[in-house]
Structure formats: structure tokens, C-alpha cells
Design a protein around this ligand. Structure first.
Ligand code: F6R
Length: 240
């Protein structure tokens, strides 16, 4: 695993955006995997600036998001569909963008269709990940097994608590989600994991140096051939 420790959130975001830009400039028809949450917001902001400065062209790029709450309406301000529109898709023209349908009547069929759609594009070239304080990637929660494919998942109490900061009330946080599985994430040729803030330091240390176990889903990244972790100084403080 390649580890890059930046001074602060701003330089972490710029560094990540530079890597995404280099990927797209090197392969204009790249398939990108995107994450939501607070961490990549700065990266998306940098991508919008690069796009407006004509430093990068996303018109041949196809994107797939890691996860979406279930059930949630696209129009709900807390949906990841809405998040992606707000932070990126409203500002930047992509060829195609995909996210699991949080309103699908049949979640199992939706997950199968999502896997097929990714496969039909030849898999993901570069996947962006954040990390939960308990080690989740996407919504692959801490548990007794790794789940390979895109699936319907019950969110952990810790995730609901953590994500309640985005909602008015903890009870409003959806209890379920649809998420890429570990094999889906591993289909990516390159993975870029972003983490900032002191509350991510311990889990990052376990991700890089700890046992490979589904109790800490992020630990499986030790087995992927091309992972870069970018942190700010606080999140990376136990890695040096
Ligand atoms: C989001 C996702 C999650 C987040 C993680 C960290 O699409 O899949 O795994 O990346 O919960 O969230 P933040 O960045 O808000 O700390």
C-alpha cells in the first residue's frame, strides 16, 4: 500500500484530485468509482475547478457510486444521488453516471443489475474510498464475513450514529443501504482511499498493519495490488 500523508485537508483534496485528473487524462474513457460522505467533498470541489479551467475532460468518463441508502428518494436531500448532483454532477459533464436506485422495488434485482452494469463497462479503473471509524468501505460493515457482490445491507448502529450528523434527527437515518461488495471494489484496477481527521487514525493503523478480518473490512485492502492511501497529518499520525 502506498501511503501519502499531507499536511491538511486542502492538500489531501488537491492531491486526490490530481490523481483522478491524471487517470482521466491518461485514459479519457476511464470508469471511475466514487464515494460520498464528508471526506471527498474537497476532492470534488478541486475536480470542478480543474474542469472549469479546461485541465480535464470528463465527457468520455463513466462513473459508479459505491453505495446508496435504501429506501430513499432521489429527491431526498440526504440521498447520495442528491449529494453527487450537488457536489459534482451539476457542475461537470460526464458520459454516464450510475448509482444504486434507492427507490428500487426489488433490492436484490437492483444489486444484480448494478453488478452487470459495472461488468459491462469492463470494471472500474480507479475507485475512490472513504473509511468508517469501524473500518467499513462502502457500506461493507464490520461482521463475520466479507460479502463479494453488490448487496442490501443493514447498517450498523455505529454507522447510523456517525451519519446522523448529516440528518436533523438520528431516527431519520435510513437503516439499510445498497453497497458494492468487496469483490466489486476489488474489480477496480486502482484504489484511492482518503481519510482525514484524528478520529480516523486508529482505524487506518489497523487497515494498514492489522489482521485481515471481516471485523475490519478495510483490512482486506492489504491484498489489493494497487492501493494508495492519502491522509491529512491527523489521520496519518499512527502510520509513521
Ligand atoms: C460513502 C461510503 C462510506 C464513507 C465513510 C466515511 O459513500 O461509502 O464508506 O466513505 O463512512 O465517511 P466520511 O467521509 O463522512 O467520514
Amino acid at each position: 500500500m502506498k501511503i501519502v500523508i499531507e499536511n491538511d485537508y486542502a492538500s489531501l483534496s488537491l492531491r486526490a484530485a490530481e490523481i483522478i485528473k491524471a487517470q482521466v487524462n491518461g485514459k479519457p474513457e476511464s470508469v471511475l468509482g466514487f464515494a460520498t460522505g464528508s471526506t471527498p467533498i474537497g476532492t470534488y470541489c478541486e475536480l470542478v475547478k480543474m474542469y472549469n479551467a479546461n485541465d480535464v475532460d470528463f465527457s468520455k468518463v463513466v462513473t459508479f457510486n459505491l453505495d446508496e441508502y435504501y429506501k430513499i428518494k432521489k429527491t431526498d436531500k440526504q440521498s447520495y444521488y442528491h449529494y453527487m448532483q450537488t457536489h459534482l454532477y451539476r457542475h461537470v459533464k460526464f458520459k454516464e453516471t450510475h448509482i444504486q436506485d434507492g427507490e428500487a422495488a426489488d433490492h436484490a434485482a437492483e444489486c444484480i443489475a448494478y453488478e452487470e452494469e459495472i461488468a459491462s463497462h469492463g470494471g472500474i479503473d480507479l475507485q475512490i474510498l472513504g473509511i468508517g471509524v469501524e473500518g467499513h468501505i462502502g457500506f461493507n460493515e464490520s461482521g463475520d464475513e466479507f460479502i463479494a457482490a453488490t448487496h442490501h445491507v443493514k447498517l450498523d448502529e455505529s454507522t447510523i450514529k456517525e451519519n446522523s450528523r448529516f440528518f436533523e434527527n438520528e431516527n431519520d437515518v435510513p437503516k439499510y443501504a445498497l453497497t458494492m461488495g468487496i469483490k466489486t471494489i476489488f474489480s477496480a484496477k486502482k484504489i484511492l482511499l482518503l481519510a482525514n481527521g484524528a478520529n480516523k487514525a486508529e482505524i487506518l493503523q489497523k487497515t494498514v498493519h492489522g489482521a485481515i478480518t471481516p471485523k475490519n473490512p478495510s483490512s482486506i485492502l492489504q491484498l489489493h495490488p494497487d492501493v494508495t492511501i492519502i491522509t491529512d497529518r491527523e489521520a496519518g499520525k499512527l502510520l509513521v
